[in-house]
Design a protein around this ligand. Sequence first.
Ligand code: UD1
Length: 350
Amino acid sequence: MAKNVLVTGGAGFIGSHTSLALLEHGYNVTVIDNLENSKEEAFYRMKELAGDRKDALTFIKGDLRDFATLDKIFAETKFTAVVHFAARKYVNESVEDPLRYYDHNVCGTVNLARAMQKHGVKKLVFSSSCTVYGNPQRVPIDESHPLCAVSPYGRTKIINEDIFRDLHASDKEWRIVLLRYFNPVGAHPSGRIGEDQVKLNNLMPWVQAVALGHRPELAVYGTDYATEDGTCVRDYIHVMDLAEGHVGAVRKTEETEGLGTVAYNLGTGKGTTVLQMVHGFEAASGLKVKTKLVGRRPGDAEAVWAATDTAERELGWKAKLTVKDMCEDQWRWASNNPDGYDTAATAAAR
Ligand code: UD1
């Protein structure tokens, strides 16, 4: 019998791709999402992409801070595991309104863990971030690198990781995988689901917005770093690879007795500069992305990339897709959905 997985935040960028991957690997998926930073349209598109697995996908509009909703969901369905994405994710916003971040990201997580404990569901995959390493002391960054919050957003990720470590210490039945993503980009190769442009923040949404003519130019933050072309280096990872990493992590919780709380980096292990990403996107789209070279962005690290051997060894997973794939798939999504999920055609069809 197919196993049920609850995916919190499953209508979001990484959540939607992961939910599809879980369906493809034979799991039944229940998504809970408050749709604050995501759209129900993502769910319709996921159903469409799920093909004959579409009836195994269920959507519940709900907020993790509401315990009664969670209690009901866990009472109605027996889940083998939970994949927990639901959170707010904008660094700037977290600096301006930290309480909102502690409320959503920490209180939401505590509620979820309480509901899981009450209903005896003790396998969890948590969406963490390489932001927990702060400004790196060394690269490649391995999982034993010290943790350091550089924003309230980053602190919520560290606090949640600590909560899960404490939870496991109190009850050894818990099996918890913390996945620390590097820089997720790209989209489903169908071009039907991708990152909705709720707020422009990270590099690739900006590049995409300039290519589409929604913004006049991309500010390149800093050209005097000690890197190949003077711009910062990051470890960009295709969202389809990330999604597969989550399937590996769910399996790990199912198969590993005494797992405890373990952290894995999900990255490619390769660094790419800002300008290399811009050129990759230009090649994929056939368009020029106008850039303006400006000064460094405060707080930016020069170079960040992951040590990936632990995830490869222990999850049986390795990122396969290239920067070319990331740019081509992201452009397919962007060009087919220039306004994200909010297209006139979408509105007319529903
Ligand atoms: C950001 C987040 C981090 C999150 C990570 C993964 C911040 C401070 N940190 O880090 O918490 O875990 O994304 O998604 O937001 N760049 C430009 N012009 C732009 C935007 C970005 O040149 O308009 C450059 C940046 O200087 C950086 C690179 O592009 O060198 C990547 O930036 P970004 O996408 O914001 O990711 P991170 O800084 O790695």
